[in-house]
Design a protein around this ligand. Sequence first.
Ligand SMILES: NC(=O)c1ccc[n+]([C@@H]2O[C@H](COP(=O)([O-])OP(=O)(O)OC[C@H]3O[C@@H](n4cnc5c(N)ncnc54)[C@H](OP(=O)(O)O)[C@@H]3O)[C@@H](O)[C@H]2O)c1
Length: 267
Amino acid sequence: MVKLAIIGAGAMGQAIAKGLVEAKLYKAGEIKFFDLRHDLLEGLERQFGFGFAESFDELISELKSESILVFAVKPQNIDQVLSDIKALDSSVLIISILAGTKIAKFVERFPENPIIRVMPNTPAQIGCGASALAPNSICKSKDLERAQEIFSALGLATIVEEEDLDLVTALSGSGPAYVFYLVEAMAEAASKLGLERSKAEALALQTVFGAGTLAAQSERSPSELRAQVTSPNGTTAAAIESLEKNGFKETLFRAVSAAKQRSQELS
Ligand SMILES: NC(=O)c1ccc[n+]([C@@H]2O[C@H](COP(=O)([O-])OP(=O)(O)OC[C@H]3O[C@@H](n4cnc5c(N)ncnc54)[C@H](OP(=O)(O)O)[C@@H]3O)[C@@H](O)[C@H]2O)c1
């Protein structure tokens, strides 16, 4: 029996499978992929021991009542995938990580299955993800607990209403890119002001890593930590004052709003 089946062996499908094995929640042999790229599946089997199915029918036939089926293809491929799946045991828990694809699309096809829509993010690849989970109305608490166990093994997992997922996409789904952009901008500034580029990049990156880790481990809130390093009339105070004067918070507000709106348009 396959415990966890994943359709789509791309970046996120692999991140989930590797993370779960790393966290010792599943053995590689309990996870099976299906993807159109046979060479990719063979490589994953050779390198990590994940199983793979030769066809949808083969994968689906191995799913029993305790199994979980994860959809991890791109949104533009989901209609094809759903039409290729013939029948599915109604007790199989369905998890979809597709951005901007509503639970209703899956309910239409599998009206009796528990379905959970999840928005993960790429740091899940290293067990530092932030995922939000939205269950459909027939999900039992046991189903939600199983999904939470999976995404907790990949980082933080929190439960939200489906209507909040566009905002979650704009916050934590796209958020890693905002942080990468911040690192780029900090390094660029220091380099323009005279520091060697490679040194500026290394220091900016380590600063974001260190500050994020400190904030995650500290009992204090991010604003308390900021206040702690901001002495009156000091260097940090000069920088924060400049950020405030130049609308840093408003800029971020507009960025998150734009991403939310785009997510709504896509879905
Ligand atoms: N990456 C992120 O940061 C992120 C964050 C949150 C959510 N997501 C969601 O996660 C999903 C997967 O993203 P990704 O970045 O992992 O995409 P990806 O790397 O493109 O992986 C998708 C995989 O599915 C395969 N595929 C396409 N059509 C298929 C079919 N009919 N049957 C089986 N496999 C098929 C693709 O093969 P081909 O390459 O040959 O098409 C590819 O290997 C997306 O829906 C995305 O919205 C991603």
